[in-house]
Ligand binder design. Structure first.
Ligand code: ATP
Length: 347
């Protein structure tokens, strides 16, 4: 590929991964420009701080950078969905939505408008323009979060860090320049960029989450009390009472309608069948065997998938424990992502 006249837009967050991404691509011969997305209105100097780092890196590389304000779109597509999910008693995955709608949606449109041939980010994942693959560094792999991006976006995506380990990127950053060194010394960015502490602090701004309710067993008997259903996610085992319980009890279901939660022993979390909807598939087959991850950081479970319209049934060949509606089921063939879909229910 002749890189000297190809422009790559790099999504720059002010963190070490995207800063090293920009450096690597420039070294490879691409014309690099950066773009910083303002995604939420945090008041603690968050954006100013990030932009300070980006300015220093851009100066070192002698590249242009842009600031794109997507706060309204982010609120609509990601933030509101996040809050609404907890109100509905499901467990959201805002990073997945953000990757589809914002980073590889609106940011990609911006890159194209600026005549970039590619959009690069510091995600740990791989792509060959047709599929997404897990990164070599298992502990950092982000393919799960990228599995909902539009197939049409794949040919434009670049992940230059895909074969590296995070610690190598940090070492490289520390050697490059004082600006990079300062970034390596920053705290790692939080898991969800707009959640400064815990998710309940965000939901609290929009709803009264502290309405106590009843804890039920699987037969519907009242067995204890809880603090308000939005405090819990599937599999949680603390923060509620179960009178006279000898063994740990886990949340198996949330009922927003009557503010009850259902709990059971470990076996009650066992799931063998999962129903999913809103598929985003990179393959055409409607029936196939593969492995599935039912949440980030969970093991891959062998399964059979049967797709009908925009829904699918997943028959697990080994049981999963604690499957939450609202999370994503991501289908893999070894390290290749075949597609993904949102979990509706499980049994
Ligand atoms: N606000 C933003 N503006 C532009 N690009 C962003 C922004 N936030 C994240 N990105 C891009 O998405 C990639 C993955 O985001 P993630 O939040 O997982 O960051 P990270 O792994 O901490 O990376 P970094 O060290 O670059 O912050 C980043 O490396 C960057 O390329």
């Amino acid at each position: 590929m002749n890189k000297s006249n190809k422009k790559v837009m790099v999504g720059m967050s002010g963190g070490i991964d995207s800063s090293v991404t920009a450096y690597m691509l420039q070294k490879e011969g691409f014309i690099v420009e950066g773009v910083y997305l303002k995604l939420h209105n945090r008041t603690d100097g968050y954006h100013e701080n990030n932009l300070g780092f980006i300015k220093d890196v851009a100066k070192f590389l002698n590249i242009k950078y842009h600031v794109l304000d997507l706060t309204d779109k982010f609120e609509e597509e990601v933030y509101d969905y996040f809050v609404d999910s907890y109100l509905e008693g499901t467990t959201p995955n805002p990073c997945v939505k953000c990757n589809r709608q914002i980073k590889f949606g609106a940011m990609l449109d911006f890159a194209k408008e600026h005549n970039a041939s590619y959009l690069a980010t510091g995600h740990y994942a791989k792509t060959d323009g047709k599929f997404i693959y897990a990164a070599d560094d298992d502990t950092k792999d982000q393919s799960y979060f990228l599995s909902q991006v539009d197939k049409e976006a794949l040919p434009y995506m670049m992940f230059p860090l895909s074969t590296y380990k995070k610690e190598d990127i940090i070492k490289l950053g520390a050697k490059l320049d004082v600006a990079y060194k300062k970034i390596t010394e920053k705290n790692e960015s939080q898991e969800i960029c707009f959640v400064e502490t815990v998710y309940t602090d965000v939901v609290k701004r929009h709803a009264n989450i502290d309405i106590p309710g009843k804890v039920l067993d699987e037969k519907g008997n009242i067995v204890g009390e809880h603090k308000g259903y939005m405090h819990y996610t599937i599999g949680k085992r603390r923060g509620f009472t179960v009178h006279g319980a000898q063994e740990p009890h886990f949340v198996t279901k949330l009922n927003p309608k009557d503010n009850t939660i259902i709990v059971g022993k470990k076996q009650a979390l066992e799931v063998n069948h999962v129903k999913v909807e809103n598929l985003n598939m990179f393959i055409e087959q409607k029936e196939f065997d593969c492995t599935v991850k039912l949440r980030y950081r969970s093991v891959s479970i062998p399964c059979k998938v049967t797709i009908e319209d925009n829904k699918a049934k997943i028959a697990l060949k080994e049981p999963a424990f604690g499957v939450a509606a609202g999370q994503l089921a991501v289908f893999y063939e070894d390290d290749k992502v075949l597609g993904s879909a949102w979990i509706k229910s499980s049994s």
